[in-house]
Design a binder for this molecule. Structure first.
Ligand code: NDP
Ligand code: DXP
Ligand code: MN
Length: 383
């Protein structure tokens, strides 16, 4: 029997994780944590009967407590509640399915309690990979990537010596604006950006996919997970999202992982690693597919990607600045307060102003995030 906790259970990854659980008879759910969607969380509590349910606001927690008063769940709130969900005693595996840097503190708390981590929440590794990776080793726990490309790379490395990686070929759908000129990007709207060609994901990552910031975050994520430098990660456009990534080894061999674009596969792989359980999802039909295409990303137009490489090379607190500025920018874009191209301007401005702190502590990371947010509020929100 496996017991899990899910941080971000009401989102795209969270609900798909619960769908995987639904098809197994040996997985229990000890804790669920959500942000604001208490209607969905109530349904999940009734179906999966966790002992702990966390929501962000205490007011929402009070409302939820009344709704589920007939169950035995304990409803908690705030960062304390999130940590309680992450460290719940019965869980042996914690799914990081929350969006954004809010995942850093509960993920670290879970590792310190000896939990294995299945991580989709890439922002946590981008900002705090230098703290997370040593903690994973110190507490003798496992970190299983859930992000589709990193799960693919992890699968390609099965039985291989990671020291023999020459480079990682990180695939990228190209998003809804593939092939667009900077002039054409000037007028794209939120609803255009939310139309991802292959994946049905949360709003923030869907915009990140459109800007190629998602791929930039994934380059940094790959750096931490597989101990490779920025120069060893090459982004390859693969429009169909069928080749989920590949590894080129020092002898020139390239191993790729392929499959239909369905996040339940990497989620299930992380849940039962090293076992593979059967799954009744759609199969990849190579004959129907006919061909797969590859191309170079347009780094001049989609500036999120070179800005990410630059932040990774600078290291220390710079990836936090890159990520925090992007989180702030995407929220404003989704609120229709800035244009698509202004996302790049915000990131670039915040990164160019920042003096790198080497090896930042959690507190320093959170302080840097706060100062980026404050800068954006005073300079960009003034009208
Ligand atoms: N979706 C995908 O296919 C993929 C996602 N990822 C990564 O996985 C992570 C999750 O993405 P995705 O599922 O798409 O995002 P969603 O926006 O769909 O879901 C985010 C989840 O986080 C919860 N949440 C947000 N803020 C808080 C908070 N303060 N406290 C507790 N919970 C909170 C939300 O709760 P609520 O809705 O109740 O407010 C929701 O459950 C991201 O880091 C993303 O980059 C990686 C690869 C693929
Ligand atoms: C499903 C997944 O892992 C996403 O991160 C996906 O990769 C986003 O699409 P892009 O490849 O366009 O960034
Ligand atoms: Mn991905």
């Amino acid at each position: 029997m496996k017991t899990i906790s899910i941080l971000g259970s009401t989102g795209s990854i969270g609900t798909q994780t619960l769908d995987v659980v639904r098809h197994q008879n040996d997985v229990k759910v000890a804790a669920l944590a959500a942000g604001r969607n208490i209607r969905k969380l109530e349904e999940q509590i009734r179906e999966f009967e966790p002992r702990i349910a966390a929501v962000w606001d205490e007011a929402d927690a009070r409302e939820l407590r009344q709704k589920v008063a007939d169950t035995s769940v304990r409803v908690v709130s705030g960062m304390e509640g999130l940590i309680e969900a992450a460290t719940v005693q019965e869980a042996d595996l914690v799914f990081g399915a929350i969006v954004g840097m809010i995942g850093i503190v509960p993920t670290i708390a879970a590792i310190r309690e000896g939990k294995d981590i299945a991580l989709a929440n890439k922002e946590t590794l981008v900002c705090a990979g230098h703290l997370i990776m040593p903690l994973i080793r110190q507490y003798h726990v496992h970190l299983y990537p859930v992000d589709s490309e990193h799960s693919a790379i992890f699968q390609c490395l099965n039985g291989e010596n990671p020291g023999r990686i020459e480079k990682i070929l990180l695939t990228c759908s190209g998003g809804p604006f593939y092939g667009y000129s900077p002039e054409k990007l000037e007028t794209v709207t939120v609803s255009d950006a939310l139309k991802n060609p292959n994946w049905n994901m949360g709003r923030k990552i869907t915009v990140d996919s459109a800007t190629l910031v998602n791929k930039g975050l994934e380059v940094m994520e790959a750096g931490w997970l597989f101990s490779v430098t920025a120069d060893q990660v090459e982004v390859v456009i693969q429009r169909q999202s069928i080749v989920h990534s590949a590894v080129q080894f020092v002898d020139g061999a390239v191993i790729a992982q392929m499959g239909m674009p369905d996040m339940r596969l990497p989620i299930q792989y992380a849940m039962f690693y090293p076992d593979r359980r059967s799954m009744g999802t759609e199969r990849l039909d190579l004959f129907k597919l006919g061909s797969v295409s590859f191309a170079r990303p347009d780094m001049e137009t989609f500036r999120g990607l070179p800005l990410a490489y630059d932040a990774m090379k600078k290291g220390g607190s710079m990836p936090t600045v890159f990520n925090a500025a992007n989180e702030a920018a995407v929220a404003r874009f989704l609120d229709r307060r800035i244009s698509f191209l202004q996302i790049y301007e915000m990131i670039e401005e915040c990164c160019s102003m920042h003096k790198v702190i080497p090896n930042p502590t959690v507190q320093e990371i959170l302080d840097v995030q706060k100062s980026v947010m404050e800068h954006i509020r005073t300079v960009w929100d003034k009208d």
